[in-house]
Each structure stands twice: as C-alpha cells, then as structure tokens.
Design a protein around this ligand. Structure first.
Ligand code: 5GP
Length: 178
C-alpha cells in the first residue's frame, strides 16, 4: 500500500512483470523494424521511464526524441484542443513509433497521430505501456500494447497523481475504499 497525498494505492503490476513485458515489446520492435532505423517519439512526461527501459532493450539501429502535448481552450465550440510541442526532427519518410505511457479515452493519441501523420512519415504506429480498452472514446488503432487494464486510475513507473508517484518502480492502482 502506498499513500500519495490524500489517496491510497495498492500494487497492480510488479516491477519484474513490467520489465519482462517491456523486453518482449522491444523484441517485437527488433523484428518489425530491422533495417528501418525507426524514430521513437516519447510523449512527456509520463513515458520517460518506460521509453528509457524500452530503448535499452532495442538492439536494431533506432533513434529517440520527445514531445509534449499542450492543452488549451481553442474556442467554446471546439473545446479543448491539444497541440504537439517540441518536435525538432524532420519525420518526413521516417518510420515513426509514438511511445505513450497510457491510452485512456484515446483523444490525446488521436490528436498526436493526426498532427504527426500530416508531416508525411513513411509509417506511423502507436506503442503504449498501458491501455484501457473500455475507456476508449474515439476510433484508434493501438499497434503495440504492454498491458490492457480495467478503467481504473493507476500511478507509478512514470505515471503521476497530482505530480507525485512517478518514481515508483511498479504500477499501483487507486484503492477505491480510500
Ligand atoms: P487520453 O487522452 O487517452 O484520455 O489520456 C491520456 C493521458 O491521460 C495519459 O497520457 C495520462 O497523462 C493521463 N491518464 C489517463 N489515465 C491515467 C491513469 O490511470 N493514471 C494517470 N496517472 N494518468 C492517466
């Protein structure tokens, strides 16, 4: 049990299990992208720890960079619009893999995918550590999934609750009794 601010979290995915699954994902990348020099684009902040471990297990030629997604109110009718910031690389004709910590409603990834696809990469795929299939609100193809989980709030291994908990080496789930 971990207390973060006012909430209690209980163990959900152990560190060893995370690392074993991440090595499997890296093997899939090694196989699918051999000779393609893929560019991994990590979505900050949540993906930083995951992409570090994933990247270390990838053995083929590959590169890594990071983006952030900023939210701002566009107009009253369109509501929240997300914009990518920080991409310096030219991704035209590159094989791009977007690396996310968690896909929940899918809205962030749908937006990121659309904006990156407009730069004409050779291919573009989504890789996420965690995926909540029942929370998905938009059509989205997630190509590589670490773990499919229930629609519950999780922290640890890069994921935060109000800025805290990112340093935990495993995933914890909110104790709904707390
Ligand atoms: P989406 O646009 O798919 O609804 O949300 C994606 C973002 O919401 C993730 O990158 C993450 O920042 C946040 N998020 C969604 N579910 C969780 C969760 O269970 N725990 C934490 N810490 N963040 C989450």
């Amino acid at each position: 049990m971990k207390q973060i601010k006012d909430k209690h979290f209980i163990p959900f995915i152990e560190a060893d299990k995370l690392q074993a699954r991440i090595r499997n994902l890296a093997q899939e990348i090694n196989k699918d992208y051999a000779g393609k020099n893929p560019l991994l684009i990590g979505v900050l902040n949540g993906s930083f720890m995951f992409i570090g471990d994933l990247f270390k297990s990838i053995e083929i030629d590959c590169e890594v960079t990071f983006i952030r997604v900023s939210s701002y109110q566009h107009t009253e009718s369109t509501g929240e619009v997300k914009q990518i910031i920080g991409l310096k690389e030219d991704i035209k004709n590159r094989h791009v893999i977007i690396v996310e910590d968690i896909v929940d409603t899918g809205m962030t990834m749908q937006e990121v995918l659309g904006q990156l696809a407009s730069n004409k990469p050779a291919s573009i795929k989504i890789l996420t550590l965690l995926y909540k299939p029942e929370a998905l609100k938009v059509p989205l193809k997630v190509d590589y999934i670490g773990f499919s989980i229930e629609t519950k709030f999780v922290v640890g291994y890069g994921l935060d609750y109000d800025g805290m908990g990112r340093n935990l080496d495993a995933i914890y789930v909110l104790d709904e009794k707390s």
